[in-house]
Design a protein around this ligand. Structure first.
Ligand SMILES: *Cc1c(COP(=O)(O)O)cnc(C)c1O
Length: 357
């Protein structure tokens, strides 16, 4: 391929590879942490009945005022403490650009969301990975020392491990001169959000997404919450890149979804209950299960091991995620599906393990 027209450095980028999006109908898809249930009926009926002709003819509200007001109300914050973007990936990218391009390295765990090193490359940020302990727990004191910023997902991905709020607070105090981003993509599945620390900590930015607990991964909506000076920084970067990021339809649907807190609580409860059943069933089959507060489970299968089981499940139209990476190559990451999907997974694991022994 002729790359001579590309800007220097572009060919050295190693882009993020998302989990496979296969389209087969009878596929049990447990590989990208999507929600197995349809989104809030309030949000979906708005889409079904919506007359968007005028909304689409015009440019959308560049500030997404109504949506930001709904988020602010939900988290007991001010509108000027909310920033919205096309999925939290976009919010993360703008945050890396706005806060982490410094002379000192950005710290994050060695096992974590694999988009972070990609943004480091894109924005020329030096990454420094901090090893998690042997059981995949994060020790706050390991994050001391020179840093140009910190980012951790809580619960972490793909381990599912949750760091309690008092330890997040310790981290905020330990690195009080640096922006600390807590990526809470999975917080609604049993953790406590750090949003209530925002007023005391000027260096805290909390990032959420509607892709997981709101069942709206296809809508592309994420948001950041923090004190006004951080939000202003993000707005400056965003308005230098794309001034109308959230389309008119997404603004309305997301607003309806955020307001439907009853649906949200019920959905998270169902996923948590299925996670607990699934953890027990996997343990009975001999898996070592990492304790999870997310909508997925990281688990180490017995012989013949993770890669073989991943491939055998795939043959049977069941997709889970296998990472051929240091420290987690003996594990599978299994998204929580419906009870029926999890039963199919368990039944097939049982058959495969029996046939191989
Ligand atoms: C899924 C995920 C995201 C991205 O979510 P989008 O809003 O769909 O871009 C961000 N961070 C972590 C840790 C995730 O797992």
């Amino acid at each position: 391929m002729n790359k001579s027209f590309w800007s220097p450095g572009l060919e050295k980028l190693e882009p993020y590879t998302p989990g496979e999006q296969a389209n087969s109908k009878n596929l049990v898809k447990l590989n990208t942490n999507e929600n197995p249930y349809p989104a809030s009926p309030e949000a979906l009926s708005l889409l079904a009945q919506g007359d968007f002709a005028d909304a689409l003819r015009r440019y959308p509200d560049p500030e997404s005022c109504e949506l930001r007001a709904a988020i602010a109300e939900r988290y007991d914050l001010n509108d000027n403490q909310i920033f919205v973007g096309n999925g939290s990936d976009e919010v993360l990218a703008l945050s890396f650009y706005s806060f982490f391009r410094r002379s000192d390295p950005l710290l994050f765990p060695d096992i974590t969301y694999s988009f972070y090193p990609v943004y480091c490359q894109l924005f020329d940020i030096e990454p420094r990975t901090i090893p998690l302990r042997a059981d995949f727990t994060l020790a706050v004191e390991d994050f001391a020392g020179n840093a140009g910023g910190i980012i951790i997902p809580n619960p972490n991905a793909p381990t599912g491990r949750y760091l309690p709020l008092d330890q997040i607070e310790e981290l905020l105090r330990l690195q009080s001169e640096q922006v600390v981003i807590i990526d809470e993509a999975y917080i609604d599945f049993g953790g406590e959000s750090a949003t209530r620390l925002i007023d005391q900590h000027p260096n805290l930015l909390v990032i959420h997404t509607l892709s997981k607990s709101y069942a709206l991964a296809g809508l592309r909506l994420g948001f950041a919450m923090g004190q006004k000076h951080l939000i202003e920084g993000l707005l400056r970067a965003k308005n230098s890149f794309n001034s109308y990021p959230i389309d008119a339809i997404a603004q309305q649907v997301a607003t309806a979804a955020i307001r439907d807190s009853a649906w949200h609580a019920d959905n998270c409860g169902k996923v948590i209950a299925t996670r607990q059943r699934s953890e027990e069933a996997l343990q009975e089959l001999g898996f070592q299960v990492v304790s999870s507060k997310a909508n997925f489970i990281l688990a180490k299968p017995p012989e013949p091991g993770a890669e073989t089981l991943y491939l055998a499940l795939r043959e049977r139209n069941i997709l889970v995620r296998y990472f051929n990476k240091p420290r987690i190559s003996e594990y599978l990451r299994i998204s929580i599906g419906t009870d029926d999907e999890m039963d199919q997974l368990i039944r097939n694991c049982k058959e495969i393990l029996a046939s191989q022994s």
